[in-house]
Ligand binder design. Structure first.
Ligand code: CAA
Length: 695
């Protein structure tokens, strides 16, 4: 017999229905059925005068069960269950002790009273899944708090606190103590008053002024998010509050919701939701492995990267020592950090007090000896093996026993760095992305020989720093940069074959990236890739020629594009275009034009191919991990789900055929489909069919 997800108990004439459906009380079919049954039972019981709907765990109810979306719907449906709550002849009071999100808030809105504990929070985050509330949220919330308050809340999808909910009259009461007892008291009062007041009947908030304010918000949203189907659907649904009777408004909302659930963009965002949670499970490391305590840190190297990493610690309230070799270098580093904080204060995103608190957490120091007491040391020195080995060799004699020693290397071999110490079990990579205090991605590089609890510590610390940490295996460029390099090579091939920088970039921004590869190289500095190629004996005719001309990008006023007078977005540069045409000619290539789709295929297919090799080699454990890396480190558009998810939507057979054609046309053997890609295509499977492998 399946476990009951709702328990029914009695306190005098009050029935208390307690939801208990771990981990977060999501409204799966079983919970919906149990809720409907319990409400019907208590509603029909002559000894019951009112019902309290409570829950246990960290969530009151976290919303619909997202894993059910896209599958055949199972009765009872949530809107019907909520209707049975709202039309119950006895008052139903929600006792909200944790998060009430999406369908969870909609459950509370269908009740006749709402009591919240101080730590409760409320939100309708459906917009982030490409949806709108689908169980009456767009109709009940405006009736309760006004459309001009409800619309922005649904559009942002961010939760609000209990005290904010009280000030909006979303809840009737906020209590510091026993929320169920307070809800029982309110239920008694409501029962004494007779027929319960239903949110769907309220009209007091829907004034002409409210309508006008909402319409102004709707107009602004149409201008700024015109291409977002869910934002437009939200406007349409909320408009129904003023124009339609409740039942008709509900029907409009439901139809819009179901259409959005079927939209591939929402399916991609749901994939992202689960992939971002899956990364916490590191293959081969059980839940019993606990992180080492981290009370303080040291960062070696006060350049842009090191300073940014130190800021991450300070922002999270963790004391950090920032170390350089010379006083002048550390002074420069601290000045840079102070300038970034000052900018945040000017922009209003940080108070002067918070800035002072954060700066006080960063202690500047000269010499590695200052790392002696740190629980974790992160090296962010010059990207050269000799430099790193020297630092780690010295740290071995300085750092305390059990300290984690991490390198922020972007490309170098972590075991070779670890070999400079006698404690490889404590050495791993923590690869931050620039600017480190902003970018969410953190690649935790797990070389062979590192202790499991060191990996778990780096992951837990990453989350404390507000990052999205993903475990990756050791290998050149790890995951993100290795795939980026595949795209960079593809850009070079395209330019020589006939596309121009602005065409390549436009294809990618049209796909949803914020920037194309040429603008991105200009922003990062073309000399960085140039230096790295030279160190590895590699060449790239166009990129090298641009650097040889001294066109390093935005910082020199020109790169692939022109940036007159410090402009942030580039203009076409006839000299660069002529230079590219000359290189094509020198290489005997007859230039031809490319369609946007061709450009996209040539940029993205090789990335997926590299991703397949990364999976074959176990450098990434799951395709979803690669997707999370590209979403959080490289601005891959979330509604396209990430490169491996995107590949499945294209179809792996199609990809194999396209790569074979590109390999034949260019004579580049690296474009031959990876064996894993070929095998999955032959078996008519996608990356989603792969099981996790140990990184
Ligand atoms: N459906 C299915 N599973 C869910 C879920 C949901 N709505 N919310 C969370 N989970 C699962 C997670 O996948 C995770 O599972 P695993 O442990 O197996 O990985 C587990 O619950 C715990 O989740 P978190 O790791 O995220 O835990 P947390 O404590 O950090 O956060 C949370 C909890 C704030 C509830 C967060 O999970 C969250 O934001 N959930 C999504 C809320 C949401 O988007 N709700 C709207 C759903 S759409 C809807 O409701 C439509 C409608 O109108 C009917």
């Amino acid at each position: 017999m399946p476990m009951e997800t709702v328990r029914l108990a009695r306190e005098g004439e009050i029935a208390i229905a307690t939801i208990d459906n771990p981990p977060v009380n999501a409204l799966g079919q079983a919970l919906r059925a149990d809720l409907a049954r319990v409400i019907a039972e208590a509603g029909a019981d002559p000894a019951v005068s009112a019902i309290v709907l409570a829950a246990v765990g960290r969530a009151f109810v976290a919303g619909a069960d997202i894993s059910e979306f896209g599958k055949p719907p199972l009765a009872p449906f949530l809107p019907d269950v909520l209707d049975s709550i709202e039309t119950c002849r006895k008052p139903v009071v929600a006792a909200i002790q944790g998060v009430a999100l999406g369908g969870g808030l909609e459950v509370a809105l269908a009740c006749h009273g709402r009591v919240a504990s101080v730590s409760a929070s409320f939100g309708l985050p459906e917009i982030k899944l490409g949806l709108i509330p689908g169980a009456g949220g767009t109709q009940r919330l405006p009736r309760l708090i006004g459309a001009a308050q409800a619309f922005p809340m649904m559009l942002a999808g961010e939760p609000i606190t209990a005290s904010r909910a009280l000030s909006l009259h979303l809840v009737d009461e906020v209590v510091d103590g026993d929320v169920v007892a307070a809800a029982v008291a309110l239920a008694r009062q409501l029962a004494a008053r007779g027929a319960p007041e239903r949110v769907c009947d309220r009209t007091g908030r829907l004034t002409a002024a409210d309508r006008e304010a909402f319409e102004a918000q709707a107009l602004a949203t149409t201008k700024s998010s015109g291409e977002m189907p869910n934002a437009m659907a939200l406007i349409e649904a909320v408009r129904g509050v003023f124009a339609l009777p409740f039942a008709e408004g509900l029907a409009v909302e439901r139809a819009l919701f179901l259409k959005l659930v079927a939209d591939p963009r929402s399916a991609a965002l749901r994939h992202v939701f689960f992939a971002e949670r899956e990364i916490a499970r590191v293959p081969g490391i059980g839940a019993g492995v606990k992180p080492r305590p981290i009370a303080n840190a040291a960062v070696i190297g006060a350049g842009t990267m090191g300073g940014g990493i130190a800021m991450c610690f300070a922002n999270a309230g963790i004391p950090v020592t920032l170390i350089e070799q010379e006083q002048a270098q550390i002074d420069n580093g601290m000045n840079r950090v102070a300038a970034i904080y000052a900018m945040s204060v000017t922009r209003g995103s940080l108070t002067p007090e918070k800035r002072d608190e954060r700066l006080a957490l960063i202690t500047p120091a000269v010499g590695l000896a200052a790392a002696a007491d740190a629980d974790i040391v992160i090296e962010a020195a010059f990207e050269e093996m000799g430099v790193k080995q020297q630092i780690f060799g010295a740290l071995d004699g300085i750092a305390k026993s059990g300290a984690i020693l991490a390198s922020n290397t972007s490309y170098l071999d972590v075991p070779t760095i670890a070999a400079a110490t006698k404690r490889p079990q404590d050495v791993l990579g923590m690869h931050f992305f620039s600017p480190a205090n902003v970018m969410k991605l953190l690649e935790v590089v797990r070389p062979q020989g590192v202790a499991d609890d060191a990996v778990v510590t780096a992951m837990a610390l990453g989350r404390r720093l507000g990052k999205v940490p993903v475990v990756v295996g050791n290998g050149f460029g790890f995951v993100g940069n290795r795939m980026l390099e595949a795209r960079t090579r593809a850009t070079e091939r395209l330019l020589i074959a006939g596309a121009l920088p602005h065409e390549v970039d436009a294809a990618l921004t049209g796909f949803g990236f914020k920037m194309g590869p040429c603008a991105m190289a200009d922003l990062a500095g073309n000399d960085i890739g140039w230096r790295s190629r030279k160190a590895r004996g590699k060449t790239a005719a166009v990129a090298d020629a641009i650097c040889e001309a001294g066109w390093f990008g935005q910082k020199t006023g020109r790169g692939y594009f022109l940036y007159p007078e410090g402009a942030r977005s580039g203009q076409r540069d006839p000299e660069v275009e002529a230079l590219i045409a000359r290189i094509s000619e020198e290489q005997g290539v007859t230039r031809r034009s490319f369609t946007t789709d061709e450009i996209l295929s040539r940029l993205l297919d090789p990335m997926v191919n590299e991703g397949a090799r990364i999976l074959e080699e176990g450098i990434a454990a799951r395709p979803g991990d690669i997707d999370v890396i590209w979403l959080n480190g490289y601005n891959w558009p979330a509604w396209r789900g990430g490169p491996m998810y995107w590949a499945d939507t294209v179809g792996l057979r199609t990809l194999v055929a396209r790569l074979e054609q590109q390999a034949a046309e260019t004579g580049d053997a690296t474009l031959q489909p990876a064996p894993l890609l070929r095998r999955l295509a032959d078996e008519s499977k996608g990356f989603a069919d792969l099981k996790a492998r140990s990184a």
